[in-house]
Design a protein around this ligand. Structure first.
Ligand SMILES: Cc1ncc(COP(=O)(O)O)c(C=O)c1O
Length: 420
């Protein structure tokens, strides 16, 4: 039986009014969190208010411009605590993670040459592949691709075999948006560093809603995540080690400050979006207070606590789902990724699946039309789907902490009906 944050489940759900209904107010079960989590009510409200509250330009004189300046400072600090960054000036705001990583890759164009190589993985989202491939094309260097195991995990040994003294950068994901597999990034980075001086860029987009992020503990050089995958607005966040950020050269107009983080931010920022991001992360802190009200903790410790609680809860949910999904194997249902319920610690609650004889688009449509269940279908911009599986499309049902056994049962029942 799943211990589903029971006492506070209704409070959690009340913060996501779109959880149980579509845009016309009809019933819906939202299982496309891999495509984007729902936005928490306070983050949506902050976006609305922010458009009138904040000044186009931050400054130090009138109240609107000082409010804008303070907002930026506050949110950089808050995000620094969320990912355990040593300094808020290492955090820059972007349109999206894709945008941030293209800008980051561009920043290295005059630092590396055709003698170098870059290592990407076939498990990553294309946002952490294409920018590096584009850069490699530009400077004429080799791109090496780490393989995916048949069960949808990164082949770490293969990745390490690709790294040599000429490797300039390894691009890795914390977890796969296709199979939910968690990559043992900390161990891999320590081995990468022991055999080369390569930099490491981590995509935390998929994992951000499901577990703790600690850039110092994993010792990566850059990390990006997106607000809309962590209960907030569409925006990208980039973190990098300060000394590296200061050295490299992103797109920059001459008059923009040539200093981190400002030099990474092009044009006027979306202040309302940043205000919304603040509320999304504060929601996690509020959740921590509800789950563990005892004791004074630092903000960083609170983030760690709540993300551990979410991870534990989602592991129980994944375990339950995997046990039940096993019953469907052999009836034409096939689940990708790690399917052994005893290995839930190695995955996020993201389940890609196929049904024999039915296209992913048909499955998606039937689930919606007959059961009001919203899943994802397509390649999900995932290199694993596109390259490793060589498929144009695959179904994906992805859960978050506001789901529970009831949601899982509705999904399982709908699958059974589809298979019947
Ligand atoms: C794992 C992963 N990385 C990167 C991205 C790209 O994020 P954005 O849409 O903010 O560019 C996504 C978006 O789906 C993703 O799932």
């Amino acid at each position: 039986m799943i211990s589903d944050f029971k006492e506070i489940q209704s409070q959690i759900k009340s913060r996501f009014p779109q959880l149980n209904q579509d845009i016309f107010g009809n019933p819906r079960i939202y299982l496309n969190n891999g495509g984007g989590t729902l936005c928490v009510d306070s983050a949506a409200q902050a976006m609305k208010e922010g458009l009138q509250k904040y000044n186009p330009q931050p400054g130090e004189v009138d109240p609107a411009e000082t409010a804008t300046l303070k907002l930026h400072q506050r949110v950089r600090k808050l995000i620094a605590d969320f990912i355990n960054a040593p300094q808020p000036e290492e955090i820059s705001f972007h349109l999206s993670t894709t945008h941030a990583l293209f800008n980051l890759a561009f920043s290295f164009r005059s630092f590396w040459s055709s003698k170098n190589n870059l290592v990407v993985t076939d498990l990553d989202h294309m946002a952490n592949v294409s920018p590096w491939e584009t850069l490699a094309d530009e400077i004429g260097c080799e791109v090496r691709r780490a393989r995916v195991h048949p069960e949808g995990c990164l082949d770490g040994n293969h990745l390490l075999s690709l790294v040599d003294e000429n490797t300039a950068l390894v691009a890795l994901t914390l977890s796969s948006n296709y199979s939910g597999s968690i990559v043992p990034v900390k161990d891999l980075i320590s081995q990468i560093h022991s055999q080369s001086s390569s930099l490491v860029c981590v995509d935390a987009v998929h994992h951000a809603a499901h577990g703790v992020i600690d850039v110092q503990d994993m010792d990566c050089d850059f990390l990006a995540f997106s607000g809309y995958k962590v209960f907030g607005p569409m925006m990208g966040v980039l973190w990098g080690k300060k000394d590296l950020l200061e050295k490299i050269s992103p797109y920059r107009v001459e008059t923009n400050r040539d200093q981190s983080p400002w030099k990474f931010e092009q044009g006027t920022l979306h202040h309302a979006v940043i205000a919304s991001m603040e509320k999304a992360l504060e929601y996690l802190l509020e959740l921590k207070e509800k789950l563990n009200p005892e004791g004074e903790t630092s903000r960083r410790d609170s983030f760690v606590q709540v993300m551990k609680d979410i991870q534990n809860y989602e592991e129980e949910l994944s375990k339950y789902l995997l046990q039940e999904l096993q019953e469907l194997e052999g009836k034409g249902f096939y689940c990708h990724g790690i399917t052994n319920p005893r290995r839930v610690k190695e995955r996020d609650p993201t389940f890609s699946f196929e049904i024999e004889g039915m296209s992913p688009e048909k499955i998606k449509r039937r689930l919606w039309n007959d059961h009001s269940i919203q899943i994802g279908s397509g390649n999900h911009y995932s290199a694993a789907v596109y390259r490793h599986l060589g498929k144009k499309s695959i179904c994906r049902a992805s859960f978050a902490h506001y789901d529970n056994q009831e949601t899982a049962d509705l999904f399982l029942k709908a699958l059974e009906e589809l298979l019947a």
